[in-house]
Design a protein around this ligand. Structure first.
Ligand code: FE2
Length: 167
């Protein structure tokens, strides 16, 4: 059975984005790595280790939908593919599989998003080295039915493909 190697980040829905960003930046001491004012912000304690440890998204209604998703690190693309197959075998609802470029750490992601039994969104994520010519926040869809070598090559080059939202 594939295993995870740790928790990467949490993303939560918020009522007051500015107030929450100020808290995590000024009180908790985190650094903003990416933001769309009025919509979302990513913050981290060390951008060389994690692009974002917490994501803050607008859209919270009252006390509901606080957690957007939680992400678990896996050690390799082979493990991510094994996880994908494991999820399929257990008929876990898979939402989408994507890769995102993080040029400042020279890596890109290989991620699969799925639902737990109560409908919470979960992500598993492996990292691969990134072609240094790929621009920030480039993304592409990942097909886990491809070989590990094909998935890795695609994530390293990241053929641009616009996505509705980064999660
Ligand atoms: Fe994520």
């Amino acid at each position: 059975m594939p295993t995870v190697s740790g928790l990467s980040h949490l993303v939560i829905s918020v009522n007051d984005l500015d107030k929450m960003v100020e808290f995590y930046r000024d009180v908790m001491g985190l650094e903003i790595t990416h933001q769309h004012p009025g919509h979302m912000a990513f913050l981290t304690s060390d951008r060389t280790v994690e692009d974002h440890e917490i994501g803050l998204f607008t859209g919270r209604e009252g006390d509901s939908n606080v957690l957007v998703h939680h992400c678990w690190r896996v050690a390799s693309v082979a493990d991510a593919k094994a996880f994908y197959q494991h999820l399929r075998k257990h008929e876990v609802p898979i939402k989408h599989c994507v890769s995102y470029a993080y040029p400042w750490i020279g890596e890109s992601t290989v991620s699969c998003y799925f639902e737990d039994p109560e409908g919470n969104n979960v992500e598993i994520q492996a990292m691969v080295s990134l072609d240094p010519n790929i621009p920030d926040r480039t993304a592409c869809v990942i097909d886990f039915d491809q070989s590990v070598e094909e998935i890795t090559a695609r994530a390293q080059r990241l053929v641009p493909a616009p996505l509705a939202a980064r999660v």
